[in-house]
Write a protein that binds this ligand. Structure first.
Ligand code: ADP
Ligand code: MG
Length: 262
């Protein structure tokens, strides 16, 4: 066993994020185990997307440390203390993480195959032929073997989102982040995307962190659900318990509101 094998895959250690006077993450502590599937739920504005964006190092945090795979992501250990990480360190550790967004964000001028080859070639320096094989294999995996030459504008929302998942996987991440990946889709297209996520969960040893409004999917898929409220985890637990006997009033209110709306 490697020295890091017992460490959680992701750890937020007292993480704070502010935008001006607004504290969006408030001294957040969150550990995610290796291979664990965690669903994040909570009202709009509670900081769910911010958690994922901080992990992707899309922005800097204002306090605390984020750890990934046993080492600090946001910092480097130096002389017994912690110093803010430089861009090179951020890039190296961040390479372990892949993210899929609500609005796909595919490169519009590239076909599905090229979308999945771009980062492996330019960021990892993988030879084109190898990147193409990898991309083709992943597009097969998400059920798009016959759409490799299609451009995003020629694909349905569900197909585009499956390309986005394949594109993130092409970097061979250890952690996958999903931010409301079915929210922009027509209801009949959600199923095909959720099916891909289910398959990933059962066939791969990926650690997965997903923000979702689909309580049914969270209940069935996640090992743990975290309910966010005002930048903190207000309640967390196994889905069965959190969804059926939430212990916190705010969780109860939120669940009542979302479940009533469907
Ligand atoms: P959620 O995903 O739970 O809906 P977010 O994490 O996107 O919430 O946002 C949390 C809060 O932070 C919101 O009040 C939002 O308006 C604010 N926020 C997010 N990004 C920015 C930004 N770049 N500048 C200013 N405020 C932001
Ligand atoms: Mg959000």
């Amino acid at each position: 066993m490697s020295p890091t094998a017992k460490e959680p895959m992701v750890r937020f250690d007292g993480v704070t994020k502010r935008y001006g006077a607004l504290t969006v993450l408030d001294n957040l502590n969150l550990e995610i185990g290796r291979g664990e599937k965690v669903a994040i739920i909570g009202p709009s504005g509670s900081g769910k997307t911010t958690v994922l964006r901080m992990l992707m190092t899309l922005e800097r945090i204002d306090g605390g440390v984020i750890w990934v795979d046993g080492e600090p992501l946001t910092h480097v250990q130096r002389g017994g203390g912690m110093a803010p990480a430089d861009p090179k360190h951020l890039r190296r550790v961040r390479a372990k993480i892949g993210m899929v967004f609500q609005h796909f964000n595919l490169f519009p001028h590239m076909n599905a195959l090229a979308n999945c080859m771009e980062a492996p070639v330019t960021v990892l320096g993988i030879p084109k032929r190898e990147a193409e094989e990898r991309a083709a294999g992943l597009l097969d995996m998400v059920g798009l073997a016959d759409k490799k030459g299609h451009y995003p504008s020629q694909l349905s929302g569900g197909q585009q989102q499956r390309v986005a998942i394949a594109r993130a996987l092409a970097m061979r991440p250890k952690v996958m982040l999903f931010d409301e990946v079915t929210s922009a889709l027509d209801p009949e297209l959600c199923g095909e995307v959720l099916q891909v996520i289910r398959k990933l969960g059962s066939e791969h040893d990926l650690t997965m962190l997903m923000v979702t409004h689909q309580m049914g999917f969270a209940k069935e898929f996640a090992d743990r659900v975290c309910f966010f409220y005002q930048g903190k985890i207000c309640e967390q637990g196994e889905p069965q318990q959190l969804f059926t006997v939430p212990s916190n009033d705010r969780t109860r209110q939120f669940l009542r509101a979302v479940l009533d709306s469907v």
